[in-house]
Design a protein around this ligand. Sequence first.
Ligand SMILES: Cc1cc2nc3c(=O)[nH]c(=O)nc-3n(C[C@H](O)[C@H](O)[C@H](O)COP(=O)(O)O)c2cc1C
Length: 325
Amino acid sequence: MTRVVVQAPMSGGPSTPALAAAVSNAGGLGFLAAGYRTAEQLASDLAETRRLTDQPFGVNVFAHRSAPVDVSAVAEAWGLDPKQARWTDDEYDDKLAVLEADPPAVVSFTFGLPHPLPHLTETWVTVTTVDEARRATGADALVVQGSEAGGHRGTWVDADEREDIGTLALLALVRAAVDVPLVAAGGIADGAGIASVLAAGASRAMLGSAFLLTDEAGTVPAYRSRLAEEGRTGLTRAFSGRLARGIENDWQRKHPGAPIAYPELHYVTSAMRAQARADGDAERFNLWAGQAHSLARTGPAGELVRLLLEEADEALELARRRLDR
Ligand SMILES: Cc1cc2nc3c(=O)[nH]c(=O)nc-3n(C[C@H](O)[C@H](O)[C@H](O)COP(=O)(O)O)c2cc1C
């Protein structure tokens, strides 16, 4: 299975069975995002993806282990309903049971290393530091997520004390530390980006933001228009209580000191975000995006996969010629 172009799992709407299937049908590796879906919804997403493709695809599962936090004071200060706060493990066990019954080609985990690490199929684990990479024993591949990446940082423990390492630096450090296949993610927006991580030792490149504007992505219109513009991204906990990168908007700017409180704050802000999405108000819901989001292209996802492969080929050819000079 070469499938060098991997479509990143994107919870909260953008990832759809149609997107995963289109990418896999074009020779990439599509991913479903199980995050925030119920186990039942995951089962139906799996069935729908199987209906749309007979090619391999992956499913991503949250494996977070944060301790419960009381967010009543924050919720009240923000004018939101504190009663919505709750801690859940995102139906981890039920989702694994669904995947056991109908295993996809790859299952990837983010936000932590599950104990035990299930081996229903090929197992990938997201890492954001060399230390996490060293501790991810048993994984068949590591998703090396640089700090340019859109969406939540896949760190195993969310903490203020941390170093945000970019994709190329992290890839080089992880490659020197462990001997497993690496999937590079974060800030890769075109074929040249793919070529660069392959040259740096990755087996595959995972792109998230680059797929957000494709026809099959579930990205809502107000989010689509912001993605297409140049716009600064920043790391924030203001939507979910866990550090994530999104295009800066009013809510993000207004709450720079949001606490570490995932998933409680995710549930507290959930109704506000759903309303804002429905209203087309891009200032009050999360606009998760990587630092190169403005390079995202529209059109069918399958065409994008083919274009990215062509561009990567050209970029490597050009690099080769530069070296031969
Ligand atoms: C909207 C959005 C949702 C995301 N949701 C998930 C997720 O559910 N699980 C996960 O492992 N990563 C998630 N990510 C992170 C991606 O897997 C990947 O690391 C990131 O998109 C790569 O950076 P890029 O956006 O610059 O390509 C998400 C990213 C975005 C943009």
